[in-house]
Design a binder for this molecule. Structure first.
Ligand code: GDP
Ligand code: IMO
Ligand code: MG
Length: 417
């Protein structure tokens, strides 16, 4: 009987701790599938004290029994992918790349960085990895798919023709035309390294579900970075919400079963754009230090602030979240008072939903009592009473149960209620 897939999705602005939960759940799943984004994602996973940084390879790679799929919704940089693969052995037979995923090539990163420079203080604060230009080419129908790596000569010619056609634009941005020979050799190298992994992953995931295998769908980024539902234009270029799992893997909505949304017990954001519950003071700094809030991908300090219950309710609805995994509760240890954003104010007017534009929204806070220590707790009963009250109040505000609570980076320090 065909089973439904379980789905994991970020509910804030990314870096919620998805990697830890995907890794946790991968222990009981046969397949882990990435459906969107590229190497802008950075997932840190700690297993028995050893740290792994993953960007493109699904977090199931740390479970030797799990098979890992990179879906068609991903933009894949062969160069970065090959480097990431080198951390692991014996990937053949447990890593599969969709032939329909789009290629992200060095010129995409060059365009991304040039555009950011040209925007000056209006910059999005992208990771500079080329994500926007790669998805842009896909949508403009001038992109190249992974399957084209089978024919490097043909692909090289198409890329050079693209440069020829857009010469003035590339010149204005200072993006150099690749040398024909070098480009060809580079593509041949990519083909050699990746060919054993390239396949029709849509058929593969259908077969897995038909055979009753347990499939986990791994989101990247977060709901508020979604191209349609995030804080546009300060977003990434993919569909990060659960709907993206369908188009990004070739599934239909009925294939999706339980949805687990990942959220921190506070909130962070990297890059520019509105963040109503941002704390610019000492407490924000303390969250940054306690939570080691520096990017996995770019090392940038993350902007820190408080749990935003308004944005979270929006995220729960848009993703169809069945349970929330509340991460990094321990980072709030030792705070005397903890704030939660319960509404926004715009020039005196109070609203309790996410509007068209969050720019200028002032947070309305509800204040909670803090606690001494939750770090390392492995059962709900072990948590201090004020921490339990905090969690129960959040559940009430967002209309969703928090079935998983995380109290340290380690795989074992996870409360499953
Ligand atoms: P992702 O992009 O959503 O996978 O999240 P990141 O890996 O970018 O950022 C989350 C960071 O928090 C990582 O460094 C994790 O090791 C760490 N982390 C995850 N869960 C917990 C937790 O419960 N407590 C603490 N202190 N750190 C955690
Ligand atoms: P994970 O999967 C946090 C942010 C960038 C920038 C905006 C656009 O680790 O949660 P892009 O390079 O995608 O064009 O940048 O999106 N961003 C992320 N922020 N976590 C991520 O991924 C992110 N991926 C992109 O900082 O603001
Ligand atoms: Mg991250």
């Amino acid at each position: 009987m065909s089973k439904q897939a379980d789905l994991i999705v970020g509910l804030q602005w990314g870096d919620e701790g998805k990697g830890k939960i995907v890794d946790h759940m991968a222990q009981t799943h046969d397949y882990v599938c990435r459906f969107a984004g590229g190497h802008n994602a950075g997932h840190t996973i700690v297993v028995e004290g050893k740290k792994y940084a993953l960007h493109l390879i699904p977090s199931g790679v740390l479970n030797p029994e799990a098979k890992n799929i990179v879906g068609n919704g991903v933009v894949l940089s062969p160069r970065d992918f090959i480097e990431e693969m080198s951390q692991f052995e014996d990937l053949e037979g447990r890593l599969f790349i969709s032939d329909k995923a789009h290629l992200l090539l060095p010129y995409h990163a060059a365009i991304d960085q040039a555009r950011e420079r040209m925007k000056g203080d209006k910059a999005i604060g992208t990771t500079g990895k080329g994500i926007g230009p790669a998805y842009g080419d896909k949508v403009a129908r001038v992109g190249h798919r992974v399957g084209e790596l089978h024919h490097p000569r043909r692909l090289a010619d198409k890329i050079l023709a693209h440069f020829e056609m857009n010469r003035p634009v590339f010149e204005a941005m200072g993006v150099e035309t690749p040398d024909a020979q070098e480009l060809y050799h580079e593509l041949v190298e990519y083909r050699e390294a990746l060919e054993p992994f390239i396949t029709d992953t849509t058929l593969l995931v259908w077969k897995a579900l038909d055979e009753g295998k347990r499939v986990l769908l791994e989101g990247a980024q977060g709901t508020m970075l979604d191209i349609d539902h995030g804080t546009y234009p300060y977003v990434t270029s993919s569909t990060t919400v659960s709907a993206g799992a369908c188009s990004g893997l070739g599934l239909n909505p009925k294939d999706i079963g339980k949805v687990t949304g990942i959220a921190k017990a506070y909130c962070t954001r990297v890059g520019n754009g509105p963040f109503p519950s941002e704390d610019f003071g000492e407490e924000g700094e303390r969250l940054r230090q306690n939570g080691h809030e520096f990017g996995t991908t770019t090392g940038r300090p993350r902007r820190c602030g408080w749990f935003d219950a308004v944005a979270m309710r929006h995220a729960v609805r848009i993703n169809g979240v069945d349970q929330v995994a509340l991460m990094k509760l321990d980072v709030l240890d030792g705070f005397e008072k903890i704030k939660v954003c319960v509404a926004y104010e715009f020039e005196g007017e109070r609203i309790d939903y996410v509007p068209y534009d969050l720019e200028g929204a002032k947070p309305v806070y509800r204040i909670f009592d803090g606690w001494e220590k939750t770090e390392g707790a492995r059962s709900f009963e072990e948590l201090p009473e004020t921490a339990r009250a905090y969690i129960e109040a959040l559940e009430e505000m967002i209309g969703c149960r928090m079935g998983i609570i995380s109290t340290s980076p380690d795989r074992e320090d996870t409360i499953v209620r």
